[in-house]
Design a binder for this molecule. Structure first.
Ligand code: PNS
Length: 161
């Protein structure tokens, strides 16, 4: 049986912290699908299409990783794709409550889909898409923090705003 994990998120934009989890997941599972969920309440900087393109460009070196988007519930998406696992990164205790909430909701909706957490590498524990956008907005260098395609995309966004 093919072991498929869905790695869901807003990815607005993908960071090196996300990429670290995706790369480590790709070593454990046969396939990993990175799934972009559009959370309009977060007023995204990048469109879903832009986020998909940035994830695709950043994961090209990972042959068992694919990229997709969904507007629905994560658990419905996982079931539709026959994924056994939802893979999430945990940065700090502050992530825990939110993650516990959505994991419990997802388990209630379908107990057969397991959620697995990986601790983010220490060097990325402070990193979030919001922090990246904040730094990039003021023209500071984010090239150590995000994949190369994202550096250019952020520059283009903030130059043209
Ligand atoms: O990167 P994020 O913003 O922390 O990711 C959150 C995400 C996309 C995993 C979460 O919002 C999600 O699962 N959205 C889809 C809707 C859903 O299934 N919500 C959880 C059940 S209530």
């Amino acid at each position: 049986m093919t072991r498929l994990a869905v790695c869901p998120g807003s990815f607005d934009p993908i960071t090196n912290g996300h990429l670290d989890i995706i790369e480590r997941g790709a070593k454990i599972f046969d396939r990993v699908t990175v799934a972009v969920f559009n959370n309009q309440s977060k007023s995204p900087l990048f469109t879903v299409e832009e986020r998909l393109a940035l994830i695709e460009a950043s994961t090209r070196h990972l042959p068992n990783v694919s990229v997709d988007a969904s507007n629905g519930l994560l658990i419905d998406y996982a079931k539709k794709k026959n994924a056994q696992v939802v893979l999430r990164g945990l940065r700090a205790v502050s992530d825990f409550e939110y993650e516990m909430q959505i994991t419990s909701a997802n388990r209630k909706l379908d107990p057969d889909v397991e959620t697995l957490f990986m601790m983010t590498n220490n060097q990325y524990s402070f990193l979030s898409s919001s922090i990246i956008k904040e730094i990039a907005k003021y023209g500071s260098n984010v090239s150590d923090l995000v994949p190369e395609p994202v550096v250019t995309a952020l520059q283009n966004k903030y130059i043209h705003q």
